[in-house]
Design a protein around this ligand. Sequence first.
Ligand code: IPD
Ligand code: CA
Length: 272
Amino acid sequence: MSEQSEPSERLTAELLEIALEAASHAGAFLRDGRPEDLGVAATKSSAIDVVTEMDIAAEKLITDLLAGRRPDDGLLGEEGASVEGSSGVEWVIDPIDGTVNYLYGLPSWAISIAARKDGETLVGVVHAPMRGETFRAVKGQGAFLNDRPARVRPASELGLALVGTGFGYLTERKVHQAEVAHRLIPEVRDIRRGGSAAIDLCDVAAGRLDAYYERGLNPWDYAAGDLIAREAGALTGGRPGEPLSPALAIAAPPGLFERLQARLDELGAWHD
Ligand code: IPD
Ligand code: CA
């Protein structure tokens, strides 16, 4: 089968292998290269600079590896990678998702790498070195956490749901996101703010969260995690009838998804 028609198993296997290798290299680089006293001894701005440098260097490490293996593919990365490509395959890369966790030495940060073709994500890898966890999925082949299949929890009632969310960097957006969360908290079991959207989506996939929602993500935050959550049995989307997008991302098992989506729509989680 050619790369122009249905993606072949050979293609997806190749993309997965390359994504796993790139994520593992970047993970080792970020884990071993992070100064231990980053958030403590360094001044605020220099600590942030070190993280920015690590972020940029990790993205370069990933894009160099991808370009070496598949020179005709497109690239889209949080730190600025932007290559059109001619093969129809595009890589979507977040070298550190959970940058603030990385800065503070919290373990929930990850390298997120997805490969999509004709707008459809075929492969997703989210590698969280400090958690010793690699999530992966290939479209139509299920999701895995390390070598075990990942599966969402059975749908709970909204009132019993543990719901992950996140807040943007802009104050204006944060104020409204806090209002939405303020209204939602009494209606669910509790909320969690893990600090990495990619890991939040994977935690839904692994049944560690019942659901997750956030407004204002970028494609590199969710491309891999979205596929992993769906392949683990979650529904993902935005406003009712709309796909997951930067405007709104929701993930939950069928049954809970519809209820949470409807409630978030009423609460205006889709606007600032
Ligand atoms: C952020 C994280 C965070 C989410 C933010 C993202 P970054 O990505 O995913 O959990 O709440 O919206 O921007 O900046 O750590 O790569
Ligand atoms: Ca991110």
